[in-house]
Design a protein around this ligand. Structure first.
Ligand code: UT7
Length: 334
């Protein structure tokens, strides 16, 4: 049997709506304050989609940038995975991204795992490359939770923002490995901690047939439970992937976590003994963009030259499900 194919991470991209909403602006209608939001979360502002924005166009913009950075033409893309919990079509928004890119040879589908979605999609895409099924995969994380928060609920609406990020991933030159270890977990028994549920109302079609109709409500979250879960499970899953790869925390260049709360970033880094200078954060500007946080942060750090080819990055996503996972990445190819 031939050896499994290696993975190379060769492009990144991102896109956000242009409208910025500061903490002070939120307090125009909410009983909240800049001081509370900054000190409890590290968030100062977030981007909010207005009526001109669309999830599909942000996702396509991010994907195009990643594809261009990798040096691929649209016809070379073979798989597009769109991690999102807020598609514009419940049948899937990924085909719209495929069409916008003109990636006519690709297959495109959505993957839903809330804030762990990008990481789960990255790991899923890597399996197709390892198996030799596809050679070039675009992994996109995009969410517009501004459409799904209750803007009167100060416990949730202050946390989220909108955005998209993408990564180009391909079969590696011989001997190169960009995905050194990975892990994914879910615990459905704790799904009630963070939900966006369908509310079903009865529809009487005739005397003996009652079908359901309805729509989705808004996000509900037990913030303290999710916080405790994150600071407990994320260090454990990161330790597991580091051990799988035989890497120590000192060898890491960057810690790239799902951007939910600055205090979670600090607690996880402290537990692993990783200095604050290696912890990537853009929470201040974007808040929690759900499936987009990891690729949005990654692209920011690649663009400013923080992340360099060959750098070793430990990444972890966590959120509704409850779901969580980790991956040990080596950026670019040297
Ligand atoms: O991406 C998915 C993963 N999600 C997460 O990781 C979220 C994890 N959880 C958290 O980040 C934190 O739990 C929150 C930031 C959501 C909340 O912070 P906290 O320190 O756990 O606050 P709390 O829920 O214990 O609330 C403390 C107080 C409460 O008032 P009382 O009951 O003590 O009088 C809240 O009503 O703060 C109040 N509060 C607010 N006050 C001003 C809650 N939200 C706000 C607000 N502004 N926006």
């Amino acid at each position: 049997m031939s050896a499994a194919v290696g993975i190379a991470l060769t492009g990144s991209g991102s896109a956000t709506p242009s409208r910025t909403v500061s903490n002070d602006e939120l307090s125009l209608w909410l009983d909240t304050s800049d001081g509370w939001i900054r000190s409890r979360t590290g968030i100062a502002a977030r981007r909010v989609a207005t009526l001109e924005d669309s999830l599909e166009s942000l996702a396509s913009q991010a994907a195009r940038e990643a594809m261009d950075q990798a040096g691929w033409t649209p016809d070379q893309v073979e798989l597009i995975l769109l991690a999102t919990s807020s598609p514009e079509d419940l049948f899937g928004s990924a085909p719209a991204v495929q069409a916008a890119l003109g990636a006519t040879n690709a297959v495109a589908f959505d993957l839903t795992a809330a804030c762990s979605g990008f990481l789960f999609a990255l790991i899923t895409g890597a399996q197709y490359i390892r198996a030799g099924t596809y050679r070039r995969v675009l992994v996109v994380g995009a969410d517009m939770l501004s459409r799904w928060v209750d803007w009167q609920d100060r416990r949730t609406c202050v946390l989220f923002g909108d955005g998209a990020g993408a990564m180009a991933m391909e079969a590696a030159p011989h001997g190169w490995e960009g995905l050194l270890a990975m892990a994914m977990e879910t615990d459905g028994r704790r799904r009630h901690c963070l939900t966006l549920s369908h509310h079903t109302t009865p529809q009487n079609l005739h005397e003996q047939l009652q079908a359901g109709s309805g729509g989705f409500g808004s996000i509900t979250m037990d913030g303290q439970e999710v916080y405790k879960f994150a600071v407990q499970q994320v260090p454990l899953v990161l330790t597991r992937v580091l051990q799988q790869a035989g890497i120590t925390p000192e060898q890491l260049d960057w810690l790239l976590l799902h951007q939910a709360n600055e205090r979670i970033l600090a607690a996880v880094a402290q537990r692993l003994g990783i200095p604050a200078s290696k912890v990537l954060s853009n929470l201040q500007h974007y808040g929690n963009t759900s499936a987009a946080t990891i690729p949005l942060m990654l692209h920011g750090a690649v663009s400013t030259g923080g992340i360099q080819p060959g750098h070793l990055i430990a990444s972890s996503g966590f959120g509704a499900g409850l779901s969580w996972g980790a991956a040990l990445l080596r950026w670019g190819v040297t």
